[in-house]
Design a protein around this ligand. Structure first.
Ligand code: HEM
Length: 230
């Protein structure tokens, strides 16, 4: 019986996740952004604040660059592209960074004027702070030439970008499965669940794909006589 080598198993798991992530990111970017670039505030699914004339424009300034970051983010995790076309990786990286900075500034305003409630405002404020912090750390580490650390921060950052996808998946599932629960309760739960769930999945992958293998190598170097079965 042939035994699958743990490295190729990890690679397969990583690429399966990458495929699912890319398809759903493109799907949400293509589905959620158009109402905000149509120029028609009546076409948007979220209730707009009637006291804020620019609410629609703020959401446009947020959703458009946010959608772009969501769309191009998965390309940055393709090691072949990174190794064969490093300049392209840098260009996409800069577009991704600028998109997130613009989307974040608009998200601060969107969170301030939302009529979705205090809990949603707190959740989005934490999300925007974490979005910018992880981006800054990713940038700082690559400027210092720490590619592995950069990769870890980018996994964290894209997991937060990807909250835009999981939020909508939980929202749709909640509305379908819990018709008796109010929209506001489902929306608030979906916002928090998308942030916490994505952070946990990202940390799991960081440990499994980057930290655990190097810890195992270190362990083998430190005590070569102890054999591991994993
Ligand atoms: C990860 C950091 C993000 C933060 C902090 C954030 C924040 C926000 C906030 C505060 C709102 C207003 C919600 C409300 O009024 O209840 C909003 C709405 C929206 N965001 Fe984001 N967002 C993020 C990422 C993204 C991304 C990556 C996209 C890409 C598609 C996106 C697309 C949208 C859209 C389309 C809306 C309008 C609401 C809807 O139609 O579902 N956001 N976001």
């Amino acid at each position: 019986m042939t035994r699958t080598n743990p490295r190729s198993l990890r690679r397969r798991r990583w690429w399966t996740l990458w495929g699912v992530m890319s398809v759903s990111a493109i799907g949400i970017a293509v589905q959620a952004v158009p109402p905000y670039v149509s120029g028609n505030p009546a076409a948007v699914p979220l209730p707009l604040n009637p006291d804020v004339a620019l609410h629609y424009l703020v959401l446009t300034a947020h959703a458009l660059p946010g959608g772009l970051a969501l769309f191009i983010g998965p390309l940055q995790f393709m090691s072949k592209l990174r190794l064969r076309r490093p300049k392209l990786h840098r260009v996409i990286g800069r577009v991704y960074m600028i998109s997130i900075v613009i989307a974040s500034v608009a998200a601060v305003f969107a969170a301030a004027v939302t009529i979705s409630g205090f809990s949603v405002q707190v959740a989005f404020s934490i999300l925007v702070a974490a979005w910018l912090y992880t981006l800054a750390m990713a940038y700082r580490s690559i400027r210092r030439g720490e590619a592995q650390v950069h990769r870890i921060w980018m996994i964290r950052n894209y997991a937060l970008t990807f909250a835009a996808v999981t939020l909508r998946v939980y929202l749709i599932a909640g509305l379908q499965l819990l018709p008796s629960v109010e929209f506001e309760a489902i929306y608030t739960t979906a916002v928090w669940a998308s942030i916490l769930g994505n952070v946990l999945v990202a940390e799991y992958f960081i440990v499994q794909c980057t930290r655990a293998p190097s810890a195992r190598r270190q362990q083998r170097r430190d005590s070569p006589l102890v054999t591991t079965t994993s």
